[in-house]
Design a binder for this molecule. Sequence first.
Ligand SMILES: *Cc1c(COP(=O)(O)O)cnc(C)c1O
Length: 400
Amino acid sequence: MTTPFLDHIAATLDAIRADGLYKTEREIVTPQSGRIAIAGGDKLRPMLNLCANNYLGLANHPDIVAAAHQALDQDGFGMASVRFICGTQTVHRALERSIANYLGKDDSILFAACFDANGGIFEPLLEADDAIISDSLNHASIIDGVRLSKAKRYRYANSDMDELETRLKEANADGARFKLIVTDGVFSMDGFVANLPAICDLAERYGAMVMVDDCHATGHLGPEGKGTPALTGVGNRVDIVTGTLGKTLGGAMGGFIAAAQPIIDLLRQRARPYLFSNSLAPSIAAGSMKAIEIARKADDRRAQLMRNTARFRDGMTKAGFELLAGDTPIIPVMLHEANRAQAMAQELDRRGVYVAGFFFPVVPKGRARIRTQMSAALSDADIDTAIATFTDAGRSLGML
Ligand SMILES: *Cc1c(COP(=O)(O)O)cnc(C)c1O
């Protein structure tokens, strides 16, 4: 390796640091949960965790761990193969059927991550004379997936239904053969739900299909945790759902696409991250299947999650913090400037509350925030502690 190249990389890193955008990783020494401990010198520091995607608190559920253990013993550690060569066990097909059944689709297909599901879905399904119409706040993996497809791309401002209609008209004027509207079900930086009823109405009026990435919803939003299509009452008017096993549904890893049979069948033939990447470990597949079984019946956990959400919103508002409006367990605390968000995150860390600050380029300039996420693994008392700690930190920084 040449010194000039390494110097160039080091200069880039310096620039990231100088902009205050350098991300460091704290090491957690416990399983993922509402209360965790991180390594801090020679001691462990207990922390209240307000930034995991562990919405139902299933990441360390004993029955899921047991199901994974059993599969480890019965099916082995790894598959050492892609699915179509020799990487499909009974557990993989069982999990795909269980996802499809859960979401009311014909079938589903597994990927190593939802990043791969979104990265691999567009290119095989749509061609140069087709159109993809995508929300401007969609997840990075959708943006990358759309780039890999030859279809014509159209973008509408976040949740702007007038602009979506304009783009649909443009796509028609451009002679699009098939049109696919793509949206996140929950916008992860803001925590609000896509306007699926309006999107489905427009889709039907203009003859488009609808795809929803429901990573921040499957398992905890809507009846039985069936996600934003169920929550908003549009159900099967959404044609394609992509999602993750790495958040609510046990939080291990893996992604999926659920849709009509021919779509899934073609993806098995053509989706590149499926064809050229290893099969999920059997223990993860079995644990995720148990997670779905638990999530479907977890009305008690969903109720705790929603209670925590309401309690935290209420307490933080009363304490004088500015929150983004919404009703999902993602609650952004707005600090506006990156340095304020960082100072707040540091102060909270010192006081035993684990959060992450988000600033440009993840969110627009001047819109820096601490994104908190509620979890059923947190008790009412934990929420009160979190509010009190935020308040103390805010006062000590002169922000309240
Ligand atoms: C987390 C997330 C992904 C990526 O999921 P992984 O399974 O972790 O790769 C994709 N889309 C959205 C909206 C997400 O929130």
